[in-house]
Design a protein around this ligand. Structure first.
Ligand code: GTP
Ligand code: MG
Length: 470
């Protein structure tokens, strides 16, 4: 498999010049087209007539003028254009951006002019991929760009921003340096086996390994676990018998009248999904058809869907009507949930005769909140209880800036396992050449994170997540 190595990266200006519409589809005030590569400037000079009449564009300066069809002379749009000379650009290649009117037709017309003049349509993420291949950013920063574009809450955005600034890359870099230092010492031991002069005692090496490699790896892995829910969010499903107030609860959590609420059991027949930002945690919340055995056909389909959604959910809000005693249907529902985390929501606390005690008795092991989906009493408690359940009580610590994603986490786990092998090897006086193999394995896994040793197919997987034009 081809490998990319930081040290041998050269600006790929010999490659094709790529072009793409960088703004989202649909009408907008401004649309932006981006070009990157050695032919960016010649192409701009051919299609763009600046009002000032210059033919020598200064770098990083905005010019006003017109895009024209070079063959017919027909004006396509009135634009602002900027040429940015390599290497002070997003890709480290020559880059041109054309700001035109945000009409999809205008954008398409300009783009096809650029293609006619020799530009190639960019693949998704290709601009960022070039930034990575040309050594401007490491792989953690490229992934941060995707996360930044996709962040759903301010906290998620903060994480992405911190990773974009290279904090994770720097921390992994520190661990790699410590590994390289140990490897150098072990290589001396391999090269001069007969020398009794020990450069460093094995106990000292073990201490350094623990302090500078194993401990920070563990710290990063812990952070990945906590960070996942803030980055990717959680999925919460509302389950309950008909008419207990599931849709009312959805509306209360969203603070808007999203789902239809009526006194008729079986009102909700399909699943309804909405997104909410709960204390910085992205939450996908799903209202379902009330589950009962004697449902008619459409309702039955809804119930099947509800059960499917249950499989994907992280947490179940099992909602019951606190004005009625628990029945066998509630028990059956509870049993159908399996081993998911459940929060029992005893609803309708505003009604006289409300009594949650029988539910406490029926479900003694479930965490429980009393609410009124109608008056919103207890909804804040519900949110706190849910938040504590999934975060283990810890609130988000914005000071902690390095939160690895799933891919990075897997590589960290492997690096840690290799480092622990080295530690065990040091304790049992393993021959230095075997230690060196484990050290190298740890180095390679960390190299996967920052992109020094990442294979081409993994790079493709990462950049495929981008949109075109980024
Ligand atoms: N007083 C009071 N009424 C409530 C409360 N929650 C729901 N209701 C009423 O209970 C009835 C059913 O509420 P829904 O939210 O539609 O219940 P559901 O569980 O979604 O019902 P289905 O979709 O039919 O399964 C409606 O008349 C609501 O106004 C509550 O906390 N207090
Ligand atoms: Mg409903």
């Amino acid at each position: 498999m081809a490998e990319t190595t930081l040290d041998t990266r050269v600006p790929q200006t010999a490659e094709a010049t790529i072009a793409a519409i960088a703004t989202p589809p649909g009408p907008g005030g401004i649309g932006i087209i981006r070009l990157s590569g050695s032919r960016a400037l010649p192409i701009l000079s051919t299609v763009f007539s600046p009002k000032c009449g210059t033919t020598a564009f200064s770098s990083h300066r905005l010019y006003y003028g017109w895009i024209r069809n070079p063959h017919t002379g027909q004006t396509i749009d009135e634009v602002m254009a900027v040429f940015m000379q390599a290497p002070r650009t997003y890709t480290r290649e020559d880059v041109v951006e054309i700001q035109c009117h945000g009409s999809y037709l205008v954008l398409q017309d300009i783009l096809s002019q650029l293609i006619t003049l020799g530009a190639t349509l960019a693949e998704p993420g290709e601009f960022t991929k070039r930034a990575f291949l040309n050594g401007r950013i490491d792989l953690t920063q490229a992934e941060a760009v995707i996360e930044l574009l996709q962040a759903k809450t301010r906290e998620g955005l903060g994480l992405a921003m911190s990773q974009l600034q290279g904090n994770l890359g720097a921390m992994v870099g520190d661990i790699r340096s410590a590994l390289l230092f140990l490897r150098a010492i072990i290589e001396v031991a391999i090269d001069f086996p007969e020398d009794d002069v020990e450069i460093m005692h094995t106990e000292d090496m073990g201490r350094r390994l623990e302090l500078e490699i194993i401990a920070p790896l563990r710290q990063l892995i812990r952070a990945a676990g906590r960070g996942r829910i803030f980055r990717d969010g959680i999925s919460v499903i509302i389950l309950g018998r008909p008419n207990v107030g599931k849709s009312s609860l959805l509306n209360a959590l969203l603070r808007e009248e999203r789902a239809i609420v009526t006194a008729i059991p079986g009102t909700t027949r399909d699943t309804i999904e909405e997104f909410l930002d709960m204390k910085g945690m992205p939450v996908r919340i799903i209202d379902t058809a009330g589950i009962r055995d004697d449902a008619e056909e459409v309702e039955e389909i809804g119930i099947v869907r509800a059960r499917k959604k249950l499989a994907e959910a992280d947490v179940v809000l099992l909602i019951v009507d606190g004005t009625q005693p628990p029945g066998p249907a509630d028990m059956r529902l509870f049993e159908s949930v399996g081993d998911k985390q459940i929060l029992l929501v005893v609803n309708k606390m505003d009604i006289a005769g409300y009594d949650p005690a029988p539910f406490a008795h029926a479900f003694p092991d479930l965490p429980r909140v009393a609410v009124s989906a109608k008056t919103h009493a207890g909804i804040a408690d519900l949110e706190s209880a849910l938040f504590a359940m999934v975060t283990g009580g810890s609130s988000w610590d914005p000071g902690y800036s390095c939160v690895p994603n799933v891919r990075q986490r897997a590589a960290l786990d492997k690096a840690l396992a290799a480092a622990e092998q080295v530690a065990a090897g040091l304790r049992t006086d393993l021959p230095p050449d075997l230690l060196a193999i484990e050290l190298q394995a740890a180095l390679d896994h960390l190299g996967d994170i920052t992109g020094e040793t990442t294979t081409e197919d993994i790079l493709d997987l990462i950049f495929d997540q981008f949109c075109i034009g980024k």
